[in-house]
Write a protein that binds this ligand. Structure first.
Ligand code: SF4
Length: 418
């Protein structure tokens, strides 16, 4: 709670997009809390609204802007109310938004999130900071941003232009944040970055950071998202292989199975390199889910076949499949699009191929020993990211060693090891 000498104000937070955006919203809330704000889920009683936005897909940006538009009446009811529009869409749309929505008080783009406190001060619209900011309770998983931006320039992606090049946070600051999350109740820590495994701070590598995070008392498991294939090196695997606290589930976006398309996407790897990395990670015990795009403008029917065959060869635990959609301002947006019919057909074919992957991955867990971190009294996740049900109840946040007896769909049934 903020100190009692401050008049208590309330902020309503609306976040769109990925886990990094959720973590950014938490960080921005801390600065508002230091100025006397507490969180509310009731817009009508709020004194301020923070909209943290995503621009990766047109749809997400559109939702954020239309929510902003709907706040016109809310602001008219009480002009002292404050509206902050932050994040990736704020960066992309810039000042044009303030022209269109003159009632918007603060625009804070994704590149300026680390200066959010200064932005509040400079606006003169918020009380000065008078306390150490509180953070939102983290729940079982504490999300910690370790880097911002991306050094790639994938031709379909808007992220580099709205978030800029990589900036790694100092490792001491990250470990301090992990301690704060654990003290507030988190058991699992999820390290976040656009290409999270590119992290380097002086001589502290990403693997070092994972190991140091796992050594903090109270940390049960450490995960990370989203990695990029090229940053997985044999040194990484050697450095993490004996650390059971590092989650064995990885979400590794592959995007295509065709080397030609991967090059046109500027992904920085070929199909062969991708498969080599995947096999090495799987041999080290990692279970890999992925993202795949169908219908990139230059994708031929043969290229698409390569994506289908990648699914067979890579042994993913699951794959999230998307139709290509152009993002204004990216190089690929200038290319000729496939017809909707081709996009739909390829998506359907890929979904048919992907269907059943998860069930097979669950079946393959039968008979294995697993450590379960309980998210409800009867159910938790294994290190590989599989859902496990255990008959005897366990406190949320505790761990148990179990043997998997059977898999039904996407749920494992297990008995506790004595
Ligand atoms: S690696 Fe590519 S897809 Fe991922 S954020 Fe960077 S530019 Fe975008």
């Amino acid at each position: 709670m903020p100190p009692s000498f401050l008049p208590m104000k309330k902020v309503f937070i609306q976040t769109y997009g990925c886990q990094m955006n959720l973590a950014d919203s938490e960080e921005m809330f801390t600065h508002l809390s230091a100025r006397g704000y507490i969180r509310t889920d009731n817009l009508d009683e709020a004194d301020a609204v923070l909209i943290n936005t995503c621009t990766v897909r047109d749809h997400a940006e559109h939702k954020a802007v239309s929510f902003l538009g709907r706040l016109a009446a809310w602001k008219r009811e009480n002009p002292a109310r404050r509206i902050i529009f932050a994040g990736c869409a704020a960066e992309r749309l810039g000042k044009s938004l303030q022209k269109k929505y003159p009632f918007l008080d603060i625009l804070s783009g994704a590149k300026s999130i680390e200066h959010f406190s200064d932005t509040l001060n400079e606006s003169g619209l918020f009380p000065p900071q008078t306390a150490q900011g509180e953070m939102l309770p983290p729940g079982l998983t504490g999300y910690v941003t370790i880097m911002r931006g991306c050094n790639f320039a994938c031709t379909y992606c808007i992220v580099p232009s709205v978030r800029g090049p990589i900036k790694c946070l100092p490792h001491e600051e990250i470990l301090q944040e992990v301690r704060r999350k654990v003290a507030a109740g988190a058991k699992e820590i999820m390290l976040l970055g656009q290409t999270v495994n590119a992290y380097q701070d002086g001589d502290v590598s990403f693997a070092d950071l994972l190991n140091r995070t796992s050594q903090i008392p109270g940390v049960v498991r450490v995960g990370f998202t989203s990695p990029h294939p090229i940053y997985f090196t044999p040194q990484f695997l050697t450095a993490v292989k004996d650390n059971p606290k590092i989650s064995r589930h990885l979400h590794l976006p592959a995007q295509s199975g065709s080397t030609k398309v991967l090059q046109e996407m500027k992904r920085g790897y070929t199909r062969e390199i991708l498969l080599e990395k995947i096999k090495a990670l799987q041999a080290a015990g990692f279970f890999i889910s992925t993202d795949l795009i169908v219908g990139f403008p230059t994708e031929t029917a043969e290229d698409f076949e390569q994506t289908l065959s990648l699914v067979e060869e890579a042994n993913f635990t699951t794959a999230y499949c998307y139709k290509y959609s152009p993002r204004q301002g990216t190089p690929a947006a200038r290319m000729k699009l496939h017809s909707q019919e081709i996009l739909e057909q390829r998506l359907e074919n890929l979904l048919n191929k992907v269907r059943g992957l998860a069930e097979r991955a669950y079946q393959a867990q039968t008979g294995t020993l697993q450590e379960v971190l309980f998210e409800t009294p009867g159910k938790g996740r294994s290190s590989g990211g599989f859902w496990v049900k255990v008959s005897a109840p366990h406190p949320v946040g505790s761990v148990a060693q179990v043997t998997v007896e059977k898999a039904v769909g996407t749920l494992l049934f297990a008995r506790e090891n004595k």
